[in-house]
Design a binder for this molecule. Structure first.
Ligand code: PAF
Length: 258
């Protein structure tokens, strides 16, 4: 497995790479079993698999969240290699990916303002911008994203279509812990008591007996600070906070489209 820390080195290498399908899994590191399933899927479906590891500052609306985001490069590289990754793009500084100082941005002016977008100003703009940069640099055949971040996935699919990117954007099912909590790099920041309580989030959110507002009330009663619970297009979306950790999740088959 080869690791690239500069965009210049990567571009030189990419231009000379022998032809073959390329699968791409962009990440912010702190890799877990959910990432591993995306990486393995890519490795089984493509000649080459590229992963990126970059904690993208422009998508953090909260500077404390950026500061506290787990950074675990060595174990991440070991996990990536064990999943069959061929190349890792791990830009060593913000300037590598933002030589323009973030003057140029990708924005979407409808869905990105809803759900998480309504609570995290600028988040989706930063996310779409870095994903477009990475897709241009890697030029993959397919790119893989988890359905836990369903809104992110939908926005990336929309962007790929809007900008005629010749890339298949593939959504993959959410990986869950044994107690049902969706796997997330942020879970490591939960204190033991919070981690135990966190398992109630997917249980309550997925309860089809409850309306969205009843689920929100039940979550608040259980001790979560609720950002939102909302049904949209037959899917229930939710975001809650435990201490300074924000958890999101979503479930399909929630009745008629709205
Ligand atoms: O889902 C993530 O980890 C990030 O939002 C992504 C897609 C790697 C962009 O920074």
């Amino acid at each position: 497995m080869k690791v690239f820390e500069t965009i210049a080195d990567w571009r030189k290498f990419r231009e000379a790479l022998e032809p073959g399908t390329i699968g791409f899994v962009p990440t912010m590191g702190a890799l877990h079993a959910g990432h591993a399933s995306l990486l393995k899927k890519s490795a089984s479906e493509n000649a080459w698999t590229v992963a990126s590891i970059f904690v993208n500052p422009t998508q953090f609306n909260d500077p404390k969240d950026l500061e506290n985001y787990p950074r675990t490069l060595e174990p991440d590289l070991a996990l990536a290699e064990s999943c069959g990754v061929d190349f890792v793009l791990s830009p060593s500084s913000r300037e590598e990916l933002y030589p323009d100082g973030y003057r140029y941005r990708v924005s979407e002016n409808d869905f990105s303002n809803r759900l998480c977008g309504a609570h995290r100003p600028g988040h989706f703009e930063g996310m779409l911008t870095v994903v477009l940069k990475l897709l241009n640099l890697v030029a993959p055949t397919r790119a893989y994203f988890g359905e836990k971040d369903f809104q992110q996935l939908a926005l990336i699919q929309g962007m790929a279509k809007a900008f005629f990117l010749p890339i298949e954007i593939i959504g993959c099912p959410t990986a869950r812990e044994a107690d049902g909590l969706a796997m997330s790099s942020r879970n490591t920041r939960l204190a033991p008591g919070e981690r135990e309580l966190a398992a109630r989030f997917p249980r309550i959110l997925s309860n089809r007996e409850l309306s969205a507002s009843q689920a929100a009330e039940e979550l608040a009663r259980s001790g979560f600070e609720v950002d939102y619970v909302e049904d949209r297009d037959g899917r229930r979306f939710g975001a809650v906070r435990l201490g300074n950790v924000r958890l999101i999740d979503n479930f399909g088959n929630f009745g008629a489209s709205k």
